[in-house]
Write a protein that binds this ligand. Structure first.
Ligand code: PLP
Length: 421
């Protein structure tokens, strides 16, 4: 073996705990074990046929060559219209829209355009991040040279940061404030009023101490809502519209995780500058997304409301089962899920216990390890989501109600069989 090194930047990257548990559940299933997996953050629904047909037709028609880096004007216009019609974000032209290979890639490109490695002796630009949060925000911001400033939240307040907390975390170094509603991993949502209050403090802070502040609103789960809270885009608030990047994609709402489509908008003159810089970066990175996918994006955004609604209803039914069942388990504290397809209960009252198989449960990771090994149920331990996540497990209910009931039966029985250590 040659004695060569890898870049420390990458060596120090933490692999995704979600993927680790998902893969372990898959391996155990392949060995014939009856594992019930609640680990994957992807809908179990297939992509609607109309969307597949649009891509197949484009492929057969020969749309197989390079295209403009950020997407063709027609598709970018369809996305601009979607943001205006559904999200109330005005003043967008195709040049304000970026299309990347998934929401994650879009976020990566945005972060590399907004952050930089600090000059020696200079402080890093900061990213204000309410936690628990999706596991990829921190690594992506840090790879771009930013420093994450966590804003802690709790299960009691539905894992939502208050406007006052966000304001207190903003400094002259603040470059980005990340908001994710509905939330992965928490399954909760900010109300329109809460987002307006956050917009107000961001606007005030930007005018006084943080002129470079950009709000990054991750709305990947906007279509999967069922708890009576309306989805609201902070980018529609006029005072912050031109300092807000709204991030979305087709993965979650359309059953299209494998297609890799993400997109962004930011109105105004800076939005044009940002999107053009994103094009320069992406042009040296991956160029455009797969060419024959563009017509599929247009079909998804203009012709698939009924299919999306059908999936939303299924998620609503599943959430009702998960919410009701988790609320009845002794020692488990859960914030009612109102969006996305996750529950994120606090299981810390069981820390210190010992499993029937003799495993000591001192953390969410221990609990998930024992649950998988002894009850064949895969949840994701909450440590890597940050903040109070270390006391929680993430349950993705992107599966049928029968599996949810069976999984929670096993979880409940497993907890009931724990002995105090
Ligand atoms: N944002 C959130 C909150 C997510 O949970 C995910 C995926 O899990 C993404 C963005 C990125 O999704 P994709 O890259 O599939 O568009």
């Amino acid at each position: 073996m040659l004695n060569m090194r890898l870049a420390p930047r990458v060596v120090n990257l933490k692999p995704s705990v979600t993927v680790a548990f998902m893969n372990r559940a898959k391996t155990m299933k392949a060995q014939g074990l009856d594992v019930l997996s609640f680990a994957a953050g992807e809908p179990d629904f297939d992509t609607p046929q109309k969307i597949k047909d649009a891509a197949i037709q484009a492929l057969q028609a020969g749309q197989t060559k390079y295209m403009p880096t950020m997407g063709d004007a027609q598709t970018r216009q369809v996305i601009a219209d979607k943001f205006e019609r559904e999200n109330g974000i005005r003043g967008l032209t195709p040049e304000h829209i970026g299309i990347s290979s998934g929401g994650k890639h879009a976020l990566y490109v945005v972060c590399h355009v907004l952050f930089d490695i600090p000059e020696p002796g200079q402080p890093a630009w900061e990213c204000v991040l309410p936690v628990p949060a999706w596991v990829s925000y921190a690594p992506i911001v840090e790879l771009a040279g930013g420093r994450v400033v966590e804003v802690p939240t709790t299960v009691e307040t539905g894992f939502k940061a208050t406007a006052a907390q966000i304001r207190a975390a903003i400094t002259p170094q603040t470059r980005m404030v990340v908001l994710n509603s509905p939330s992965n991993p928490c399954g909760t949502m900010y109300t329109p009023d809460e987002l307006r209050q956050i917009a107000r403090v961001c606007d005030e802070a930007a005018r006084t101490i943080a002129p470079d502040l950009v709000i990054l609103s991750d709305e990947l789960y906007e279509k999967i809502i069922y708890g009576g809270i309306e989805h609201f885009s902070i980018g529609s608030v006029p005072e912050v519209a031109e300092r807000t990047v709204t991030l979305n994609g087709l993965s979650k709402a359309y059953g299209m995780t494998g297609w890799r489509v993400g997109y962004t908008c930011m109105p105004g003159a800076f939005g044009l500058k940002l999107t053009s810089a994103m094009a320069t970066l992406q042009g040296q990175m991956s160029t455009n997304i797969t060419s024959f996918v563009y017509p599929a994006i247009r079909t998804a955004l203009t012709e698939c409301a009924a299919e999306v609604e059908e999936m939303r209803r299924a998620f609503a039914g599943r959430a009702e089962v998960a919410n009701a069942r988790l609320a009845r388990i002794p020692g488990v504290k859960n914030a009612r899920a109102t969006g996305a397809f996750y529950a994120f209960p606090d299981v810390s009252s069981y820390f210190g216990a010992v499993s029937p198989g003799g495993r000591k449960i001192n953390s969410a990771l221990d609990l998930c390890e024992a649950l998988l090994a002894e009850a064949l149920v895969a949840f994701v331990p909450g440590e890597d989501f940050g903040g109070c996540g270390a006391r929680h497990v993430r349950i993705s209910f992107a599966c049928g109600e029968a599996q949810i009931n069976a999984g929670i039966d096993r979880f409940e029985a497993f907890l009931g069989a724990l002995r105090r250590g």
